[in-house]
Design a protein around this ligand. Structure first.
Ligand SMILES: Nc1ncnc2c1ncn2[C@@H]1O[C@H](COP(=O)(O)OP(=O)(O)OP(=O)(O)O)[C@@H](O)[C@H]1O
Ligand SMILES: [Mg+2]
Length: 320
């Protein structure tokens, strides 16, 4: 166990019983080699908690351990106080945990609608109840429900993967790098969407490479390094912590002021977004250009569609 007190370990966390509590986890893939070496995390009801850290730190491994996909060798995992250590993923889905993996997160040969059906394959009656809500959340998908997921852009596939997880009405959503491989504009959309899902009542753990954006939108975050907790605290505090900046954000302390100004812009966009309702992504867009300039919300200036739509046929772009 870390020498830090529980308060330091989960700095800024609310009091009360966490929804999800990973305590001192050791886990790995190969015998005798632990990738997680005493990782801890709490997620309280309604929170959006980020996990950042260098490549290979164990971020994806931690999410997989939370979702029963990597064997937990030591430590414990509880959901609403109930022990779920090493419970299988399908059991966890029934208990209200959803997971969107970092890669290969759609069934490419299935249509959008069929992908969503896979999200409720254990409770097929739920499909009719949920599908409209998910298409309200992702109107772009609703319009093209019979299109194969393999023909979609990276951003759209990410929406399908999130939509599939949301079909089961999770109370906890685990997201592994929802912005990976997307253009800056699409990345910001992914963050705003995540925040919106969270505001709709889903508690979220999000792993992100885009550490600054992650810290801007999350309530609290953990920095993982070599399978251990390195830092934790409210997102905005970590963003301005010189040690975190130096070690993990790759920015000189002198840039903090500029970062702060940019964070204010993004948070402003998020707050503007929060006054909207689920499903109006077409109307409200967060627009940044490729140099990561401030976010602008402008109803009159929607983002160009990813695809040239012609008579219902679409021409997917190769890459985001
Ligand atoms: N299936 C696997 N079998 C064996 N080792 C693995 C496997 N998956 C990951 N690892 C190893 O575990 C370590 C942590 O990987 P993990 O994917 O959890 O890191 P990460 O923090 O998510 O990195 P990234 O930012 O690159 O996504 C790495 O050394 C990686 O090589
Ligand atoms: Mg990863």
């Amino acid at each position: 166990m870390s020498t830090e007190t529980a308060q330091d370990l989960h700095r800024g966390a609310p009091s009360g019983t966490p929804l999800l509590h990973a305590d001192d986890l050791y886990a790995g893939y190969l015998p005798g080699i632990n990738i997680l070496q005493g990782c801890s995390l709490v997620l309280h009801p309604g929170e959006l908690v980020g996990i950042i850290g260098p490549n290979g730190a164990g971020k994806s491994t931690l999410l997989k351990a939370l979702f029963g996909l990597v064997n937990i060798r030591e430590g414990s995992l509880t959901l609403k106080g109930e022990d779920i250590t090493n419970k299988r993923a399908d059991v966890l889905v029934r208990k209200g945990v959803g997971f969107v993996p970092q890669t290969n997160n759609v069934f490419p040969s299935l249509t959008i609608e069929e992908n969503l059906q896979m999200g409720v394959f254990q409770t097929p009656k739920q499909f009719a109840k949920r599908v409209d809500a998910v298409f309200d959340m992702f109107p772009e998908l609703g319009k093209r429900r019979r299109q194969r997921a393999g023909a979609l852009s990276g951003g759209e596939r990410q929406m399908v993967a999130m939509g599939r997880a949301l079909m089961a009405e999770p109370s906890v959503l685990l997201l592994d790098e929802p912005s990976a491989g997307l253009s800056p504009v699409r990345q910001d959309e992914a963050f705003l969407r995540t925040r919106r899902i969270n505001k709709a009542g889903v508690s979220v753990v999000i792993v992100e490479q885009n550490a600054r954006r992650c810290l801007q939108i999350c309530d609290r975050a953990y920095v993982l390094d070599q399978g251990r907790n390195a830092y934790s605290g409210p997102g905005r505090e970590l963003m301005n912590d010189p040690k975190v900046i130096e070690l993990y954000l790759g920015t000189l302390a002198a840039d903090v002021e500029a970062e702060e100004a940019q964070a204010t812009e993004v948070v402003g966009a998020v707050e503007a977004e929060e006054t909207g309702t689920l499903g109006d992504l077409d109307a409200q867009r967060a627009v940044v250009d490729s140099s990561d300039e401030p976010v602008i919300i402008d109803d009159a200036d929607p983002i160009e569609p990813e695809h040239a739509v012609d008579g219902g046929e679409t021409q997917p772009r190769d890459k985001e």
